[in-house]
Design a protein around this ligand. Sequence first.
Ligand SMILES: NC(=O)c1ccc[n+]([C@@H]2O[C@H](COP(=O)([O-])OP(=O)(O)OC[C@H]3O[C@@H](n4cnc5c(N)ncnc54)[C@H](O)[C@@H]3O)[C@@H](O)[C@H]2O)c1
Length: 243
Amino acid sequence: MSEKEVALVTGAGRGIGLSTVRRLLADGFHVVMVDLSAQPLETEAATLRAAGHPVEHRVLSITDRAAVAAMMASLTRLDVLVNNAAVFWDGRFDSITEDDFTKMYEVNVVGTFVMAQEALKVMKRGSRIINVASRAYLAGYAHAPYITSKAGTVGLTRGMAFDLAEKGIMVNAVAPGLIETDMFRSLTPERQQELIAKQPTKTVGQPEDIANGIAFFADPRTKNVTGQILTLDGGRSMGISIY
Ligand SMILES: NC(=O)c1ccc[n+]([C@@H]2O[C@H](COP(=O)([O-])OP(=O)(O)OC[C@H]3O[C@@H](n4cnc5c(N)ncnc54)[C@H](O)[C@@H]3O)[C@@H](O)[C@H]2O)c1
């Protein structure tokens, strides 16, 4: 059995997931990186291993129950599960299809559920599950399937937190706001500035800011906290100022 605590991060090949992997390694975890896409996952994992970090990687979909079960069975221990993998696309409500709606729900909610259920077969008392929701669960234009899925992530977090509290497993979530990832960089400079102007801080968050919130819930010193949603969004969820 690993001397170090083991953390598993989904959607680990890039963005917030990769940043979380780096942070959890710095915090002393052995990390299992999971992603549906072999690239850039394999390259990033190889780079981290070459630098001496204790990293494993697995290519699979979080919606594939058999693959997830086989992966969990291959682990000697699991202390932290970070359910970060998700898909995102937008579209106004009158133009989205039922397929758009169900596919997003399948990955963002059912995939998270499958990962957590299978993880429980390996987890012991004191383990932690952290789900990555989004501030978008509150509301937003042209995002009905995504909002629904992230509201589902929040509901799942709170429901799981109740059911698993007696087993000594804490379940919490982070809700990122505007974060400078490939998605944000793909917007026009004008649109980027428009979104930043709406932030009380007038800044865009970095993946490391979200990794920092995840690290708080992952830390074995964080006890007696469950069912919480930590919103990391530059204050935007406070709503508009009336002054
Ligand atoms: N970037 C933002 O501004 C932002 C804001 C709020 C919430 N979030 C949430 O943060 C998380 C990470 O966002 P990101 O911007 O880093 O996303 P990203 O698209 O850059 O990375 C997501 C990763 O998940 C993987 N993935 C997708 N479907 C998968 C599946 N079925 N199985 C396994 N892996 C799968 C992808 O291959 C990808 O590597 C997501 O849950 C997202 O909804 C992001």
